[in-house]
Design a protein around this ligand. Structure first.
Ligand code: BES
Ligand code: MG
Ligand code: ZN
Length: 491
């Protein structure tokens, strides 16, 4: 059940949300209400912990049986897009207490803000936060499931709000698609089923090509094939193209790690938390959701999305530690640890993408290393880039949408660590700096095309509720890369 969003003109309501700035300063509409209620709002606040801070809310009843939700607006100076989105998210949480699963929010001009923009961004934040994955519950009663069904935003200019909201709602569709792909278990999402789902994007105007084991073998993608050889699910590389830009403009390319389950292979992982490795295809899922939203928005830009889909399993046919494979680039790799499989997948897909599409730049996303979680936790994704401008643009896009990155070094000194005794390189270095050596490994397959790598291992699956996302799959990257494209590459 997805949350419905509507915009309409102000009219009297029984349930109303009123804003309060930090330090309990009332904007004009709240002052007016307080006067009409003879100071009831002010008195109620004084006997509570509510301070008008962002994310705070207070639910009150009026003597006439109506309901008032006071919503913290935070600091007056902060009132930018993301700020309104955050308020939208706390609105949703507050309205969850409303009895009929519906809420109405009246928007009054606050100084220096535009009603329609405010309404659209409130709606965006609320909608992002509302996503739940409930399809496998068969026994829960409706009231045990997420209950808010509709929020109506009352604004003097509903048509304008609708217009501002429309492209945002397309981004949300991409985010939701990504979240559900990540959340689905690995018996449902396999390389073949995921490839099939991407073929469904053709109806939105995306060109989709699926390369299977046979084609990959013929091309020489032995690095990704080696990862998949222990699984009976097959290996696929999917190429998606959205051509919304001018004809001769080289594309921007996004590459995703799509390991539909990472058991570690023969270098098998411990049982504890192994079930989490269903989300080792999050990089691919972000690329899919991003392309979907670009198509829905009819974005004026040329984009290639390339994803490597494979399952990493131990079996009699599995790759062994010590095996040597010849990658598509011609470079040979000694596979020391079969659990360092993501870089083997990306090696071939990166090389293929730059060779075939001659892109302006490449950005890959991968749940690549446990070490990035040790370094950055769940607060930021690791950013590795060979191009200063690209690095800055990605970081800024992340700040703008609240998907934060942290840049790590790419000195050549780290590169030596992956030289092998018997091949061009090995797939793991020493224990230290292993997120960086993983990135240095990938760099060897970029052929000097401007490139950035986002290690999203720590930010893909939230262990607790976040501002724009309940516990679970976040789709980290979809909003960030949308912002990056809008700001720097869309016409
Ligand atoms: N998919 C994992 C990384 C990962 C770990 C993602 C935890 C999300 C949460 C990756 O394939 C992996 O196993 N990496 C190894 C590399 C090591 C063998 C050099 C790791 O990080 O332990
Ligand atoms: Mg692994
Ligand atoms: Zn993995």
């Amino acid at each position: 059940m997805t949350l419905k969003i509507a915009f309409s003109k102000p009219s009297p309501q029984k349930t109303i949300c009123l804003g309060v700035y930090e330090g309990n300063k009332f904007p004009l509409p709240t002052q007016t209400w307080d006067k009409a209620l003879k100071g009831y709002l002010k008195n109620s606040i004084e006997t509570s912990k509510f301070k008008g801070k962002l994310n705070q809310s207070l639910s009150l009843f009026t003597p006439e049986g109506g309901r008032i939700f006071l919503i913290g607006l935070g600091k007056k100076e902060d009132q930018k897009e993301q700020h309104w989105q955050k308020i939208g998210s706390s609105l949703l949480t507050a309205l969850d207490a409303s009895p009929n699963g519906e809420g109405t929010v009246e928007i009054h001009s606050l100084e220096g803000s535009n009603d329609a923009e405010v309404a659209a961004n409130l709606a965006f934040g609320a909608l992002l936060k509302s996503w739940r994955f409930e399809k496998y519950f068969t026994k829960k009663k409706p009231e045990e499931l997420f209950s808010i069904k509709k929020i109506t935003f009352l604004t003097p200019s509903p048509e304008t709000a609708e217009k501002v909201f429309k492209p945002l709602s397309k981004v949300v569709e991409g985010v939701f698609l990504t979240r559900s792909l990540i959340t689905e278990p690995a018996n449902v999402i396999t390389p073949a089923s995921l490839a099939k789902i991407t073929e469904g994007l053709e109806k939105d105007g995306i060109k989709v090509e699926v390369l299977g084991d046979k084609e990959l073998k013929k091309l020489g993608m032995n690095a990704i094939l080696g990862v998949g050889q222990g699984s009976d699910k097959g290996t696929k590389v999917v190429i998606m193209q959205w051509n919304g830009g001018s004809k001769n403009e080289p594309p921007v390319a996004f590459i995703g790690k799509g390991v539909t389950f990472d058991s570690g292979g023969i270098s098998i992982k411990p049982a504890n938390n192994m079930e989490e490795m269903k989300y080792d295809m999050a990089g691919a899922a972000v690329v899919i959701g991003l392309l979907k939203s670009l198509a829905l928005r009819k974005a004026k830009v040329n984009v290639v999305g390339a994803i490597g889909l494979v399952e990493n399993m131990p079996s009699g046919s599995a790759q062994r530690p010590g095996d040597v494979v010849t990658s598509l680039s011609g470079q040979t790799i000694e596979v020391i640890n079969t659990d360092a499989e993501g870089r083997l997948v990306l090696a071939d897909v990166l090389w293929y993408t730059q060779d075939r599409f001659k892109p302006k730049l490449m950005v890959d996303l991968a749940t690549l290393t446990g070490a990035i979680i040790i370094a950055l936790g769940a607060e930021r994704a690791g950013l590795f880039a060979t191009d200063g401008k690209l690095s800055k643009e990605l970081s800024e896009a992340g700040e703008k949408v609240g998907e934060l990155l942290w840049s790590l070094p790419m000195d050549d000194a780290y590169d030596k660590d992956i030289n092998s005794e018997i091949a061009d390189m090995k797939n793991v270095g020493a224990r230290g700096a292993s997120s960086i050596t993983a990135a240095k490994f990938l760099q060897r397959f970029t052929n000097n095309v401007p490139w950035a790598h986002l290690d999203i291992a720590g930010v893909t699956w939230a262990q607790k509720d976040l501002t724009f996302c309940a516990k679970g799959a976040t789709a980290f990257g979809v909003r960030l890369l949308t912002q990056f494209l809008m700001k720097n590459h869309e016409k």
